[in-house]
Design a binder for this molecule. Structure first.
Ligand code: SLL
Length: 159
């Protein structure tokens, strides 16, 4: 039996965060209890900015932050902040108007610390050494567009 397959196009994305423990140099406006500087981002697998398909990205931070809802309306779709704790960030991607697609929303666990797993550590490292290096938690995923309209299809195919 022949089946009719509808068209769907998948676009790879990379999202996640980088973080680094701050030394003596802190942004002048950072509260004293803030220990880390971090960046959360949404981009293409090779660092492309994805502005051909993304209009804006909303990052909803922990309510301990002033104005926790942060809207990034131009590439790079990323946000840099300082803080002291890990939490779940709600990431909402709004696609370009031409797409006529509903936004997608997911959570990313902001990672500031390395896991101190002794079996994974190679050799003895002090906590200070571990924390002085950059921490990264990035995930590769794909967004699937089902039956994109003609104009959006052209945009999807032009990459
Ligand atoms: C925890 N569940 O207790 C987490 C919450 C909240 C982190 C972490 C900045 C706050 C501010 C900040 O790092 N909040 O700017 O006042 O570990």
């Amino acid at each position: 039996v022949k089946r009719i397959k509808t068209l769907s196009v998948a676009r790879p994305i990379l999202y996640g965060n980088t973080a680094k423990k701050m030394g003596d140099v802190k942004p002048p406006n950072a509260p004293v209890e803030h220990s880390h500087m971090w960046t959360i981002f949404v981009k293409g697998p090779n660092g492309e900015d994805l502005s051909d398909i993304i209009k804006s990205v909303t990052f909803k931070l922990h309510e301990t932050y002033p104005t926790p809802t942060r809207v990034v309306e131009a590439p790079p779709f990323e946000l840099t902040e300082t803080g002291w704790g890990e939490f779940e960030i709600n990431v909402k991607i709004h696609f370009s108007d031409v797409a006529g697609e509903k936004p997608i929303s997911f959570y990313h666990h902001l990672r500031l610390h390395k896991y101190h797993n002794s079996s994974a550590a190679n050799g003895v490292k002090s906590e200070g050494d571990l924390e002085s290096t950059q921490v990264e938690a990035t995930y590769y995923d794909e967004v699937v567009f089902n039956e994109p309209n003609e104009d959006f299809f052209k945009i999807l195919m032009s990459k």
